[in-house]
Design a protein around this ligand. Structure first.
Ligand SMILES: *Cc1c(COP(=O)(O)O)cnc(C)c1O
Length: 374
């Protein structure tokens, strides 16, 4: 069984994807070709923001946002303690200090009540709190009503890390539109993935969009060989854009519904099993980047994974270590108490999911999990 079945997806979309790749090769416009512009327009329209700027990957997308805002030494950026490393890494990369805060157990997302105390901690340490990075972990948007309120009270910018959240929504408003700047990743296993690395930045601000377009191409000014600031080299290849176009259409037209149907299969099959199942809040839609259950404390997770592996059921631990315990941040981060994040790291287990998961496989996973944990 595949953890996320990218082969089945390719089989379904092969003709369009192969044609798209062949057309790019024939055109020889490998960088900045027409499919890149078309993709940016279609994604901006779908998300409901004015600008989409594609770039090299989801990590660069976050860094581009922080660079556009001039975040650096002496600044503090508030980041959830339970997320992929990039969400905090970019803060240190630009010279600022990450302040890690706890998450909510029911959504895995940042606890907005921690934003004010995190600002206080930063100020006490002589830092200026500037930004909150809110992550749409495992596909469900964070609580942007409460987060936005806290940002306004504290005078903070909001950066939505939608690397796992693309396609999710709150009352019909789509993920990647909630931040002052929002980002996503097209890493192959994300809800919308390409066949290599890729990412995008979204914003309604003309000024920030122009800055990010400049920073992503060596700080270009009026043209490529007029460099007005230090930047990066971070672009989405035309071939990746050509792959993403048919994949985006499938995602929009039926894959997002299909993956939600599969999450419902799990929910029904595992209800009453004693496992804590992922909950999607009222009015929220998840894009199910992961289907992550919480095991009770007495389950030996290593043994469970090994038994499932023997049954050809792949599982993953997202994530085994909280951010504040990562060696890379040793002595260079601040942290509030993060007991929920610590506990999640010990008890989470992510199951195979994706729009191409078969019903037979979902049943197999659920039955194996029940018989191994009861
Ligand atoms: C994958 C991921 C990123 C980074 O994206 P890349 O394209 O791999 O650089 C950032 N944040 C989160 C939450 C992610 O899951």
């Amino acid at each position: 069984m595949e953890f996320r079945d990218l082969k089945a997806q390719y089989a379904a979309l092969k003709d369009e994807i192969d044609q798209g790749i062949a057309d790019v090769i024939a055109s020889s416009h490998y960088i900045g070709g027409a499919p890149v512009k078309q993709l940016e327009q279609e994604l901006a329209e779908y998300v409901g923001v004015k600008h989409c700027i594609t770039c090299g990957n989801g990590t660069d997308a976050l860094q581009l946002a922080l660079m556009a805002w001039g975040i650096g030494k002496g600044d503090a950026v508030i980041v959830p303690d339970f997320t992929f490393f990039s969400s905090g890494e970019v803060v240190s990369t630009v010279g600022a200090t990450p302040v890690f805060v706890d998450v909510l157990e029911d959504t895995f997302n940042i606890d907005s009540a921690q934003i004010a105390p995190a600002c206080e901690l930063a100020r006490k340490n002589g830092l200026n709190p500037k930004v909150v990075v809110a992550v749409d972990l495992f596909g469900q948007p964070a609580d942007y009503v409460e987060i936005r309120k806290a940002c306004e009270e504290q005078g903070l910018l909001l950066l939505e890390d939608g690397a796992q959240g693309f396609g999710g929504s709150i009352n019909g408003k789509r993920a990647c539109s909630f931040g002052d700047i929002s980002t996503t990743s097209f890493f192959p296993a994300k809800p919308l993935g390409c066949y290599g690395d890729g990412g995008a930045v979204f914003t309604d601000s003309d000024e920030w969009a122009a800055l990010i377009r400049s920073i992503a191409v060596h700080g270009k000014g009026s043209m490529k060989y007029d460099n007005v600031r230090l930047g990066m080299n971070s672009r989405l290849d035309t071939i990746q854009a050509a792959i993403l176009l048919p994949k985006f259409h499938a995602f929009r037209d039926y894959e997002l519904d299909a993956v939600n149907e599969r999450a419902n299969w799990y929910h029904e099959a595992l209800s009453g099993s004693g496992l804590k199942l992922p909950e999607v809040r009222n009015g929220y839609v998840s894009s199910w980047a992961q289907y992550t259950v919480i095991l009770s404390n007495n389950v030996d997770r290593d043994i469970l994974q090994a038994r499932l592996r023997e049954l050809d059921i792949p599982t993953m631990i997202y994530y085994p270590k909280p951010m504040h315990e990562q060696k890379a941040f040793e002595g260079s981060c601040l942290s509030l108490p993060c007991h929920t994040a610590e506990n999640l790291c010990r008890t989470v287990l992510s199951l195979p999911i994706g729009p191409y998961l078969t019903e037979a496989d979902a049943v197999l996973v659920a039955q194996a999990l029940i018989s191994q944990t009861m």
